[in-house]
Design a protein around this ligand. Structure first.
Ligand code: OAD
Length: 229
């Protein structure tokens, strides 16, 4: 299972690339989501993530998040891999979430990489690490940075070994996550692509597009497979 920003859209969190609501429509990624941007203007980057963090914490998980949490409890072995950084899968009750792009509700030291507890999210400048004094940064993956090795390893292994792969609410444009559905299809899995729009979605043998919102399609899939549970 691979999820992207579309899964959180019905919780009111803007996606990255949808024309009217996406984050990147307001800011260019290279201005804010790169190590170079943080080196140039750490305070601006800190404030942008602090705003997104406030938004995420104020949002509630939706029916799509809840359906995925329920799916794992219904019996099949589910590996939930997400590109989302908002923590909504965990808040919906998903126990094991493999975060490929980190989590913006956490901060870490920009020098030593250690995750750090902080209550300074409202600061207008990126706060110092309590241990070494370097700036804190959000615990997310920026363009040009490597993904967390363990999460990526789990994702690749699950894609190559699963019987069914669902890609939900992702534009499938950012590697290496974008390759996961095709790895699964090449290994013989049945791949369902759940998205509001057919735009940009690849097709091929064993790829089954399902048009609709995550909050509608995922509960319906569960209801079809496990009626009245
Ligand atoms: P995108 O914004 O690129 O794509 C969101 C996808 O969700 C689009 O294909 C929409 O059509 C679809 N969508 C929107 N609302 C939906 C809904 N209610 N139900 C189902 N689908 C819906 O977001 P991602 O693919 O997650 O990375 O973007 C991948 C990565 O690009 C992000 O993790 C982020 C960004 O750069 C980093 O910041 C490293």
């Amino acid at each position: 299972m691979l999820t992207g920003a579309g899964v959180s859209a019905e919780s009111g969190i803007p996606t990255f690339r949808d024309a009217l609501s996406g984050w990147w429509a307001r800011y260019r990624p290279e201005e804010l989501a790169t190590p170079e941007a943080f080196a140039r203007d750490p305070d601006l980057v800190w404030r942008w993530y602090a705003e997104r963090r406030r938004h995420a914490i104020g949002a509630d998980p939706n029916a799509g998040h809840r359906a995925l949490a329920r799916l794992a409890r219904l019996g099949p072995r589910v590996t939930l891999v997400t590109q989302n950084v908002d923590g909504l899968h965990q808040r919906a009750g998903s126990a094991a979430v493999h975060e490929l792009h980190g989590n913006l509700t956490r901060a870490r030291c920009s020098r030593e990489g250690r995750v750090v507890e902080t209550d300074r999210w409202d600061a207008t400048t990126a706060p110092p690490c309590p241990t070494c004094g370097a700036r804190l940064r959000p615990d997310v993956v920026w363009f040009g940075e490597p993904l967390p090795a363990r999460a990526l390893e789990v994702a690749l292994e699950a894609a190559a070994a699963c019987d069914v792969f669902l890609a939900v609410g992702t534009s499938n444009l950012v590697e290496p996550a974008a390759s996961l559905p095709w790895i699964a299809a090449a290994a013989g899995a049945c791949v369902g692509v759940v998205n509001l729009s057919p735009r940009g979605q690849r097709t091929g043998p064993r790829i089954h597009p399902v048009l609709g919102s995550a909050g509608t399609v995922l509960p319906a899939l569960l209801e079809a497979a496990w009626p009245r549970t």
